[in-house]
Design a protein around this ligand. Structure first.
Ligand SMILES: Nc1ccc(C(=O)N[C@@H](CCC(=O)O)C(=O)O)cc1
Length: 475
């Protein structure tokens, strides 16, 4: 039996357990660094499959690793399982309706992501046993990707240092190797402290922290024109100082997320934003404290491994969808606005380019043929930090209708559908096959490592998160 047939047989034979695992995680959406149930579901399966499991690695309760085999090469599968807050949504419907008031939801499909990577790792382990192959397979349970950069904290503790190759994937509307780089980022809280007072009787005695937040935001709005065009600066006001307009707000806080292609560019913008915060504090006679939350590095896709993954994708092919799945995808398509439909050809996170979508098509019908690109995707991922340490490869696999945006209710609704299940099985095969090809042809890993060394050009990996910053839960 050739490699592809073996992988196909294995995943199809075990399909029910992957689907059930993904659905269980979908039903228990947990946000950054609180993924207790989800991490439990995945680590328990690794234990049952004979992996040596270590929980709470890198000082993070919901991070874990499962290992099988010994020696080189060390092949790592990266699994995520965190959800987004406030994104609760009913499954398998084509209209917006919450499942639970104020509940979380899998708006980025990480229920599928973690499970697909797990299935790939289990497939590789079984293949190694049956074919008496040497090496180590690891599944890294990586929490807090969304706004948490869990892998960057894990990288800081050195836990990826002996990895020879890393594999990951992302659910979405298209299929192809993720050929582009991603933006690095820094996230920090700006906490202002003033003096409360009666807003009518003694406003002159009050010093408003909320004013400071607003002035800071205005300052940053002016900054935006004077940064490189690829940069992105977002904010969320995490404390408005209360709900009483007749009190001068003594405490207020704003959370900034700053992104740019290179981490040095992000750091430079961060320093300028800190000056704006100091300016806002000066103007309002308040005090500001800057609390570094997290950061991640830009992603360096391995072209060598990208080629191997692309070849694996061609062998595995796209899922075949039934009439009822096509019908559901059409209903999702019909829920989109004209602008959203127009944007459907944008290959989010694959290559930052646009393809034509023929009318009447609702599910991707092609494997994007590019596995090399100089483009930068306007998003970030903590897989970036792993890619500085070991050659790393990722793909996107169709798990939802064309036009579905990540972080949308449509993404949550389809995350437990049979469309997503088919994508999940297909990508598990792609991940396992890519790893098997690399394991059976040592040249692949050697050239990938050489390529990474040349790309880094003697720049050593430096974790962008300072040593004293700890991962934090959502507030
Ligand atoms: N293959 C993908 C990997 C990550 C994402 C994504 O949306 N990441 C978040 C991460 C944000 C963060 O790093 O805090 C983002 O860009 O907003 C999207 C596709």
């Amino acid at each position: 039996m050739n490699q592809h047939h073996w992988v196909n047989n294995f995943i199809e034979k075990t399909r029910d357990q992957w689907i059930a695992t993904s659905d269980k995680i979908w039903e228990n959406p947990e946000t950054r660094f609180e993924e207790y149930v989800s991490a439990g579901i995945l680590s328990e399966q690794l234990e049952r499959k004979g992996f040596r499991v270590t929980k709470g690695i890198a000082g993070i309760e919901t991070a874990f690793v499962g290992e099988f085999g010994e020696g080189k090469p060390v092949i790592a599968f990266l699994g995520e399982y965190d959800a987004l807050s406030g994104m609760s949504q009913k499954g398998n419907v084509a209209y917006k309706e919450k499942n639970i008031e104020d509940g979380n939801g899998h708006g980025c499909g990480h229920n599928l992501l973690g499970t697909g990577a797990l299935a790939g790792a289990v497939a590789l382990k079984t293949y190694m046993e049956e074919h008496d192959l040497k090496g180590t397979v690891r599944f890294y349970g990586c929490p807090g990707e969304e706004g948490g950069s869990g892998k960057t904290f894990m990288a800081r503790e050195g836990i990826f240092d002996d990895v020879d190759m890393a594999l990951c994937w992302h659910p979405g509307p298209h299929t192809g190797v993720i050929a582009s780089s991603f933006l690095s980022n820094i996230q920090a809280y700006f906490k202002f402290k003033g003096t409360s007072s009666h807003a009518a009787a003694s406003p002159h005695l009050g010093r408003s922290a909320l004013d400071a937040v607003e002035l800071m935001n205005v300052g940053v709005n002016y900054l935006r024109e004077h940064v490189i065009p690829e940069a992105r600066i977002h904010y969320a006001i995490t404390n408005t100082g209360g709900i009483s307009p007749n009190v001068v707000q003594a405490n207020a806080e704003v959370l900034y997320l700053i992104r740019a292609p290179q981490i040095d560019e992000t750091k430079e913008i961060y320093e300028r934003i800190k000056k704006i915060a100091e300016g806002a504090a000066l103007m309002t006679e308040t005090e500001v404290e800057v609390i570094f939350d997290k950061a991640c590095s830009n992603y360096i896709p391995s072209k060598v491994l990208g080629k191997t993954m692309y070849e694996s994708m061609l062998e595995v092919g796209l899922p075949e969808f039934s009439n009822s799945e096509q019908q559901y995808a059409k209903e999702i398509w019909n829920s989109l606005t004209a602008n959203e439909k127009n944007n459907a050809g944008q290959l989010v996170a694959i290559a930052n380019e646009k393809v034509n979508i023929p009318s009447g098509q609702y599910l991707a019908e092609e494997i994007h043929p590019k596995y090399e690109s100089n483009a930068v995707v306007p998003g970030s991922s903590d897989v970036g930090d792993v890619s500085w340490i070991a050659p790393t490869v990722q793909c996107m696999m169709t798990t939802c209708a064309l036009g579905t945006a990540l972080h949308s209710w449509q993404m949550v609704a389809q995350g437990t559908s049979s469309i997503a299940h088919k994508g999940l099985l297909q990508v598990s095969k792609v991940l396992a096959l890519t790893a098997i090809k690399a394991l059976e042809n040592k040249d692949i890993i050697e050239s990938a490592k050489k390529e990474l060394l040349e790309t880094l050009n003697d720049t050593p990996y430096e974790c962008p998160i300072p040593a004293d910053v700890q991962p934090s839960k959502l507030k």
